[in-house]
Design a binder for this molecule. Structure first.
Ligand SMILES: C[S@@+](CC[C@H](N)C(=O)[O-])C[C@H]1O[C@@H](n2cnc3c(N)ncnc32)[C@H](O)[C@@H]1O
Length: 393
């Protein structure tokens, strides 16, 4: 070795060998940005500026759709975008709804060629805020190419998912995405439209909007009607469902706003607990310990009994562990807001095994409201939280 070093560096003590020259990464392949689709209109000039700041109520929406701003939107959307299957007035209403509601997160079931997605995304861009998730199980080949040719300002506001609506809503649920606005425009059969509406409602924040497209068709219309009957705290932004006549079940023109194909439904501005027991799914919790429940009741006059089933689960090595507590909380509210703290008769607790890899706990609450005679549904400001308040969500 000494000889080898001497032959390389002479007889003097060799300096440390020079550091190897940094390996240059190969030049990156140029990313081909496809040219913007010339059929897409520029974003400027902006449209519908008069919608800025308007509230979204049944009255205000009907007024807007009769006002000059609706004429402006009708003119803009009458034959645009050509890739959309909706009628021009439906597109105008879609744009107005997104401008007025200002959703942080919107979703669309049924992307097709991205026409409805473009209307929603244009309105989000004008709002200066918001993001759209859109899904189509038959669009894996087609849709990414379409969105790649949108102008960057719009493209950045949309994520395409090549999924059917069941996988789509489950994916959003697992990502813990809460929605504000959903356009249901996938399969129009009653059962599928109702499923999409129910899943949209499940992920919706209070005050959120669901638009059922093609409400002139039996499936979406009857789905909206079934849903409203089961969820009386919701309301229609229009009168198509209230004015349904069983003597003329196939009469045309069944739309919330004249000239459109939409049934527009709005969630209550709070969490409304009714007579049908329901769950909001499992949410992660920091530690597998629940000693009680905390409820934030809004100012209201109501009384009755709140039935609950609280479920704690622990996932680790071995089979999942599950504990349940069932109980009833008598509630009487005289008009002021109240925080109700309810202790479980017996706390729920698990010990994660010392060698469990990545133990995870979840909490799920099921509720239903047994109202006293003539008392309204219970209005909560937020979903019940487990006590102690060490929830991970
Ligand atoms: C009426 S088109 C949608 C039109 C589009 N929203 C627009 O504004 O132009 C219905 C789309 O729903 C898609 N679809 C069908 N079944 C679906 C499902 N189970 N989940 C999601 N999308 C579905 C179809 O592939 C089709 O592209």
């Amino acid at each position: 070795m000494r000889r080898l070093l001497q032959s390389l560096f002479g007889t003097s003590t060799p300096a440390a060998p020079p550091a190897p020259a940094p390996v240059e990464p190969p030049p990156a392949e140029p990313v081909e940005t496809p040219p913007v689709d010339p059929n897409i209109r520029p974003l400027e000039p902006r449209i519908g500026n008069a919608l800025e700041g308007l509230p979204l109520t049944p009255e205000s929406l009907t007024e807007v759709m009769r006002s000059p701003v609706a004429d402006e939107l009708d003119a803009y959307f009458s034959d645009y975008p050509p890739t959309s299957l909706m009628g021009g007035r439906s597109r105008a209403l879609l744009f107005a709804l997104v401008r007025m509601q200002r959703p942080a997160v919107a979703a669309e079931v049924g992307t097709l060629n991205g026409g409805g997605a473009e209307v929603i995304t244009r309105a989000l861009w004008e709002n200066g805020d918001g993001f759209l998730h859109t899904t189509d199980p038959f669009g894996a080949e087609r849709c990414p190419e379409i969105f790649a040719r949108w102008p960057g300002e719009l493209r950045r506001l949309v994520e395409f998912h090549p999924l059917n609506s069941m996988d789509f809503f489950l994916k959003l649920h697992h990502r813990r995405v809460a929605l504000d606005f959903v356009l249901v425009d996938g399969d129009h059969d009653y059962e599928l439209a109702l499923f999409d509406l129910q899943m949209a409602a499940r992920l919706l924040r209070p005050g959120g909007i669901v638009v059922m497209n093609d409400s002139v068709q039996t499936g979406p219309f009857q789905a909206a009607k079934t849903f409203l009957a089961a969820n009386p705290a919701w309301r229609e932004l229009g009168t198509a469902i209230a004015s349904y006549d069983e003597n003329t079940p196939f009469a045309g023109g069944r739309a919330s706003q004249h000239g459109t194909g939409f049934a527009v439904l709005q969630a209550p501005s709070h969490w409304s607990i009714g007579a049908i027991p329901r769950s909001w799914g499992q949410a992660p919790i920091a530690a597998p310990l629940v000693e009680g429940l905390s409820l934030e009741a809004l100012p209201q006059v109501t009384s009755g009994h709140l039935h609950y089933q609280a479920i704690l689960r622990l996932f680790g090595d071995g089979p999942p562990q599950e504990a349940k507590r069932v109980g009833v909380i008598p509630v009487s509210l005289d008009g002021s807001a109240r925080t109700l703290a309810h202790e479980l008769a017996q706390p729920m607790k698990f010990q994660a095994s010392a060698n469990a890899i990545d133990p995870r706990s979840t909490f799920e609450i099921e509720l239903c409201w047994q109202a006293d005679p003539d008392a309204p549904p219970l209005a909560l400001a937020s979903l019940p939280l487990p006590l102690p308040s060490r929830a991970g969500s």
